[in-house]
Design a protein around this ligand. Structure first.
Ligand SMILES: Nc1ncnc2c1ncn2[C@@H]1O[C@H](COP(=O)(O)OP(=O)(O)OP(=O)(O)O)[C@@H](O)[C@H]1O
Ligand SMILES: [Mg+2]
Length: 305
């Protein structure tokens, strides 16, 4: 069981309806689901980075990174500022081309992941800086998460036809579904810009989930929200895995959130992976304590109260 212990964010946020509170997976469950079985009997992780390196001028953002993500797990990547966490997501999502190494998504292996085809591979990501459209309603923001599905030119050609209406109906149903799932019904018609920050982060999550990604990449989804909102968002992320079946890579600073939510944690420091294992293994790793946990974090102090 993924335990909620002292200093770890409990995941029983009161706002999550009982029907949505599926039990947490155990590490053994995750190990069972860990790999996609191929016809040959060979097993494959859903995402694998092999020997990834990336520099900007003299700055090595990523050095020799290997990382495997198993199907159905919540895989956290933590590390101090500038450790390379966002760069890692940018490599996985094709925004950055690594200098060396390969990224494997399912059965496809890339030197440079094709960003434009990411959705076809079932991958959706969120960004570290909030990226909602403030003038649009919550519902329209969520619908934007489906915009990639149909090309604009095609939509113009079929405008007004039964097919266009069917696509529209299906998209709206998908949006309503995720709006309900994330408890956004009461605010769905409001302009996103009028909502508090914590709710905007939830809208961002809704927009990422509406396309039902098989792999969801979240860059600091809890940054800047209050402790109560963090609990709630963490429960939603867990439910996204348990009920929507998304495999999740989660970048997060807040060690308390990570320990309570993740199945496995990779720790980056100065672009290197210095530890990788279960939350308990990572927490007791001396290199991690020296590089990261030994440093006082405002968030951690907050959670320990
Ligand atoms: N586009 C870029 N151009 C130049 N340097 C970059 C670029 N992207 C990242 N870097 C550098 O690479 C290193 C890793 O940055 P990255 O943003 O990946 O860290 P991070 O772990 O996400 O940090 P934070 O916790 O502050 O978000 C930093 O030194 C950063 O300045
Ligand atoms: Mg970052």
């Amino acid at each position: 069981m993924i335990a909620a212990s002292a200093g770890v964010l409990p995941l029983d946020g009161g706002l999550v309806e009982p029907a949505l509170s599926a039990p947490l997976s155990t590490h053994a469950d995750v190990a069972d689901r860990a790999f996609v079985k191929r016809g040959s009997g060979e097993i494959q992780p859903v995402l694998a980075l092999a020997d990834i390196s990336l520099s900007f001028g003299g700055v090595a953002a990523l050095r020799d990174i290997d990382l495997e993500v198993a199907q159905g797990e919540i895989r956290a990547v933590i590390g101090p500022n500038g450790a390379g966490k966002s760069s890692l997501l940018n490599v996985i999502s094709g925004l950055y081309r690594p200098d060396r190494g390969r990224v494997r998504l399912g059965e496809h292996s890339f030197a440079h992941v094709p960003t434009a085809r990411l959705a076809q591979h079932g991958v959706v990501r969120t960004f570290q800086n909030l990226a909602v459209f403030k003038g649009l309603s919550v519902r329209d923001n969520v619908l934007m998460g489906l915009a990639h599905r149909v090309r604009a030119g095609f939509l113009r050609q079929i405008a007004g036809t039964p097919l266009a209406r069917r696509i529209d109906t299906e998209n709206r149903a998908a949006a309503e579904d995720v709006i309900g799932f994330l408890h956004l019904r009461e605010v769905r018609d409001r302009a996103a810009g009028t909502l508090p920050y914590g709710l905007l982060k939830r809208v961002e999550l809704a927009r990422a989930l509406v396309a039902r990604p098989s792999l969801l990449l979240l860059d600091e989804p809890f940054a800047g929200v209050s402790l109560g909102e963090k609990r709630e968002l963490a429960a939603h992320v867990r439910n996204a895995r348990d009920l929507y079946g998304a495999t999740i890579v989660l970048i997060e600073h807040d060690i308390g959130v990570v320990m309570g939510l993740s199945d496995r944690v990779a720790v980056l420091d100065y672009g290197r992976k210095i530890a990788d294992g279960t939350p308990d293994q990572v927490r007791s790793d001396q290199a991690v304590v020296d590089a990261y946990l030994g440093v006082a974090h405002a968030d951690e102090t907050e959670l320990a109260l």
